[in-house]
Design a protein around this ligand. Sequence first.
Ligand code: NAD
Length: 548
Amino acid sequence: MSGPRPVRAHRGTELHTLGWQQEAVLRMLQNNLDPEVAEHPDELVVYGGTGKAARNWESFDAIVRSLETLKDDETLLVQSGKPVGIMQTHEWAPRVLIANSNLVGDWANWDEFRRLEKKGLTMYGQMTAGSWIYIGTQGILQGTYETFAAVANGRGGTLAGTITLTGGLGGMGGAQPLAVTMNDGVAICVDVDASRIQRRLEHRYLDVIAASVDEALELAYTARDGKQPLSIGLLGNAASVFPELLAMNAQIDIVTDQTSAHDPLAYLPVEYSFEEWAAAREEPGFIEASRRSMAKQVEAMVGFQKAGAEVFDYGNNIRTEALTAGYADAFAFPGFVPAYIRPLFSEGKGPFRWAALSGDPVDIAATDRAILELFPDNIQLAKWIRMAGERVHFQGLPARICWLGCGERHLAGLRFNEMVASGELSAPIVIGRDHLDSGSVASPYRETEAMKDGSDAIADWPLLNALVNTASGATWVSIHHGGGVGIGRSIHAGQVTVADGTELAAQKLARVLSNDPAMGVIRHADAGYDEAIEVASRLGVRIPMTEG
Ligand code: NAD
């Protein structure tokens, strides 16, 4: 049957494929499209503007059919969301290899991409949408928590008594209110889509909705003065609300934004109402209008910076679009990676995530306990795991994320595998990560902005990352273009590996979960970061140019 329909991952221990490796792929593909997980499941859109899980419903059905009969020594090839071949390989090879949205350099722009997409030849895979390891807003929550914790570190370790202003409450941006309140701060979050605001409220990522700008400020000041955490949703266009707040001299301490600015069609210009948006997208001049609005928003952000606020770009490329629209000062504030995340990347640290294929939240609670036991000295990690256990609402298959580094991830993977083998967990666990990781992405406006040696645009690293994960025994591996910041601006890779309790899985996990983060260490050591050089020598990560 082709065509939109509700999709939900299988649960329990009954297999619908020839083995757990294939079953894991099937369940995670289905899970990406679960209405609880995907932002627009009928259009196969998972998150991040138009990030899709499959090219169309016929392709989805063909992928499912292929997985149902795929053998342990076969590999399914997926080209931008369409299954294109099944090859005989071997049991150490990935069961699925994925390439999404890739274009040759000179052709790598949105116009050409959309032309090809209209012809049905490609699909936008974002990062974990087309590589089937999106776990809902929690996936970004930990990264967002880490970022705001880093902001807090510069303010005595807490955001209590501060107000953060941001835009966008979509799949990723929806993590912002909870990440701010987890750090004890107050957040005002602006979105044009009332349904997105409502969804975050229902999932308890957002505390309250304000009816007006004045009410939002009143609520924010009261909470701030009482040092109480509070997140406030505000319906409005960030391109008008941000300048309005600036003009009111609103007392805002931290400003950022996660509207879908990476794609001008997914950002609403001030000229149009939300209801007019879908039709307006087709009009000539929409993209220019969208960029002009982004310029207004960025100009207000720079205004807040001049007024003393801490301002950063949160990875949606809004500065570039504002610059394109003619706002010359767009890069006055930094991206969040050089500002807060790079020291973590240098240690190979990044968003490690896993999901329970059983569908049973009890399995995730057991893995949470295992993480606390494995890393007893990591206080920030323990704080996160405890808060996540209490406050994170699962979307789709129960899952967990935490940032772990090189020398740590394989310990978690092997422990989970033992727990599957012993029956402590009721079914296998899939272990993957975002493409936003330390050694898996080249993205000069985000993850690799302002690298120490100027190597921002060198894209050999994510390709080597995909190759080494393929060679190490990952269950599925992907190479994407354009995730996060849009077509022409990034190349990145993903991996997911299944802990099914077997000895073979243990061997694969030991290699993948060591080599994958080690790519981050060597990438940053190569760029001259001292932390990375120190970690490499401490953990025995071999770098030929430093040997002999
Ligand atoms: P999304 O499409 O699910 O949500 C975007 C939201 O922005 C929507 O709710 C939309 O209504 C709102 N919006 C659009 N125009 C607006 C305007 N003018 N004013 C107010 N709200 C407006 O996207 P997402 O998954 O939440 O991702 C948001 C952005 O963050 C993307 O550009 C994405 O690439 C980027 N991103 C950043 C990171 C990171 O680590 N920082 C990670 C992933 C994605």
